[in-house]
Design a binder for this molecule. Structure first.
Ligand SMILES: Nc1ncnc2c1ncn2[C@@H]1O[C@H](COP(=O)(O)OP(=O)(O)O)[C@@H](O)[C@H]1O
Ligand SMILES: [Mg+2]
Length: 250
């Protein structure tokens, strides 16, 4: 298990936003976290990625206790995150966006890219990453001109520049057309199948989650109410009841 969450809890005032959450994520799998609005999914993500500290509980990444690590330290350890809002520079070309991320990575570990010949090295790596996410033919386009699905692909490319082993994605399909959703869904599958990455996804599109995921953790009122493969989740009475007034469209 590459990621283990054991008893993570976080309260805001009297509200238990995350309440004794526990689950484990297998390496090279797609693991989704779903649940009604306010269930605590984003807070859980924030706890795992070091954005906020938990009140109690632990998170382990590759058997190392990462509880309370900073986002920077987690990124260097191989745990990356993409955001619901893209983090791209829309005025810059696609390849420059990726090159910037590569330089940022090298800046963290050491400023190797400043020495001779390294501009080419960075450019070559950027091209390589763009090819992986299917953006090679758009390398020179202005990032802001890309369709939504391709902007998300660029977002993922920027994440890949950190050379992660695990990527957490917060609603990667939000606000997208059907076609764009398909683009991003295939990309997520590619991350697992071709690169062997682990992907943890918070996503509202339950139909897509059912199709994509190896395993699903369901949250309600801060707690994990189910944790199983998609087929079992579909038939789970507690899950069905949690979604009774929502959009359990699977
Ligand atoms: N910074 C915060 N301060 C106070 N309450 C918060 C904060 N962040 C989240 N919450 C509350 O915690 C609960 C869980 O929120 P959230 O994790 O965003 O749920 P989800 O992502 O599943 O919709 C909600 O009731 C929300 O209003
Ligand atoms: Mg949320």
């Amino acid at each position: 298990m590459i990621l283990k969450v054991e008893g993570l809890s976080k309260s805001f005032g009297g509200l238990k936003a995350v309440n004794d959450a526990r689950f484990a994520v297998a390496e090279a799998s797609i693991h989704s976290i779903i649940g009604p609005n306010g269930a605590g999914k984003t807070t859980l993500f924030n706890l795992i990625t070091g954005a906020i500290p938990p009140d109690s509980g632990t998170a382990t990444f590759d058997n190392v206790d990462i509880t309370r690590w900073t986002p920077d330290r987690l990124a260097r350890a191989g745990l990356a995150r993409t955001f619901q809002r893209t983090s791209i520079f829309k005025e810059l070309p696609v390849d420059e966006n990726v090159a910037l991320a590569i330089r940022a990575r090298e800046g963290i570990s050491r400023a190797v890219w400043q020495s001779r010949g390294d501009a080419q090295m960075v450019a070559a790596e950027a091209r390589d990453i763009l090819a992986r996410v299917g953006l090679d033919s758009r390398a020179n386009a202005k990032a802001g001109d890309l369709a939504h699905g391709f902007q998300r692909a660029l977002d993922i490319a920027i994440g890949l520049a950190l050379k992660p082993r695990l990527i957490l994605m917060d609603e990667p399909l939000a606000g997208m057309s059907r076609g764009d959703r398909e683009t991003v869904a295939s990309l997520i599958t590619m991350l697992r199948d071709t690169l062997g990455l682990t992907v943890v996804v918070v996503e509202h599109d339950v139909g897509m989650v059912m199709r994509l995921s190896d395993r699903i953790t369901v949250m309600q009122h801060g707690a994990v109410i189910a944790d199983a493969p998609p087929d079992e989740i579909r038939d789970n009475a507690a899950v069905r009841s949690a979604y009774l007034h929502g959009s359990f469209a699977a």
